[in-house]
Structure formats: C-alpha cells, structure tokens
Design a protein around this ligand. Sequence first.
Ligand SMILES: Cc1cc2nc3c(=O)[nH]c(=O)nc-3n(C[C@H](O)[C@H](O)[C@H](O)COP(=O)(O)O)c2cc1C
Length: 192
Amino acid sequence: MATDDEGMNMSDSKGTNVLVLLGSLRAASINRQLVELAIENAPDGVHLRLFDRLGELPFYNEDIDNEDVAEPVVALRRAATEADATLVITPEYNGSIPGVLKNAIDWLSRPWGNGALKDKPLAVVGAALGQYGGVWAHDETRKSFGVAGPRVVEDLKLSVPTKSLDGKHPRENAEVAANLRDIVGKLVAEVG
Ligand SMILES: Cc1cc2nc3c(=O)[nH]c(=O)nc-3n(C[C@H](O)[C@H](O)[C@H](O)COP(=O)(O)O)c2cc1C
C-alpha cells in the first residue's frame, strides 16, 4: 500500500490540471489527433483539458477588453486560471503561428503583467507538413508566450513532419507517442 513517502504528494492527491490549446480549427486536424494522443497517454493524476473554443474568441481589441468582455474570453481566462500548466499543440501557417492561436495569446497576455497563466510552465509541440514539422511556428509560439506571461519550458520540443505519420493517427507512431508522453511528464514536473 502506498504511503506518503512512496509517491503521494500534494500534486498527486489533487491532480495536476494542464490546459491544452490547439492551433488548428480544422475538423480532421492532425494536431487535434496529437491532442487526443496526449490525453490518452496522460500520466496518472494529470488532467489534460482542451479549451476547444479558440475559434469563438473575437479578435483582440483593447476597446472590448473590459468588464463586459465576451463570454468566450471569460471562459478562456477561467480555464487558464484553473490550470497548473499549459500544453500548446499547433501547426505552422506561412512560417509562423496560426492567427487563431496568436489571438488567444494576446487575450491571455492581459491584464498586462498579471495574466491568468503568469509564471505557469508552458510547452509547445505540434505537427506540420514541412520537413521541419513546423519548428518556426513552435519557436515563435514560445517567443510570444514568453512575452505574454507564462514560463516557457524551452527545452520541451516536438515538431512532427506530418509525412512521418504515413497518413495514420499519431497514436500508431510509437516514437511520437513516447516523446509526447515524456514532454507532458516533464511539463508537469515543472509545476511549482
Ligand atoms: C494557410 C496555411 C498555411 C500553411 N503554412 C505552412 C507552413 O508555413 N509550413 C508548413 O510546414 N506547413 C504549412 N501548412 C500546411 C500545414 O502544416 C498542414 O496543413 C497541417 O496538417 C495543418 O495542421 P492540422 O492538420 O492540425 O490542421 C499550411 C497550411 C495552411 C492551411
């Protein structure tokens, strides 16, 4: 029987909440499949929760970022408040961050200096068609979130060229599955 010294700690007993943000709105998104894989393979006590409403956010505008801010923004910020860490899973669009994800970063960056993800660990992964698997988008997502408030864990990296998946769900790729599970475990280990 497990004792306190054999692995139970405060984090295990209440679980760790990981907010998942997905940079593709496409129904058949390969990055959505990576989200599914991350959830399927989550370590015990780790709850990955996809915030699946990025497409409902209005474009960021300081004029509407007030006490009457749109409900999807309230929901996003609440999900961020409830999270201990964030996993971002995104493709690359035109060498950079898909607009829907950048818009979410901008909403999460406010109130400036006191956003809901302030100082919480965040990792960025994803898949894209190009031979480098979207590494530009992933680097730029790290850069932007690094300005926005979270604590970006720079060495947690996974950029999957979609061709390497052979048209199959990424759960059928043992290397991708193992790497993603490892990243989630290391991200959770960063929770203070
Ligand atoms: C508007 C647009 C721009 C794209 N730009 C890039 C790119 O710069 N680099 C790249 O590797 N793939 C690019 N792609 C291809 C995507 O990586 C590919 O469609 C990927 O599967 C999209 O992710 P998803 O399957 O999660 O929707 C682009 C796709 C679209 C629709």
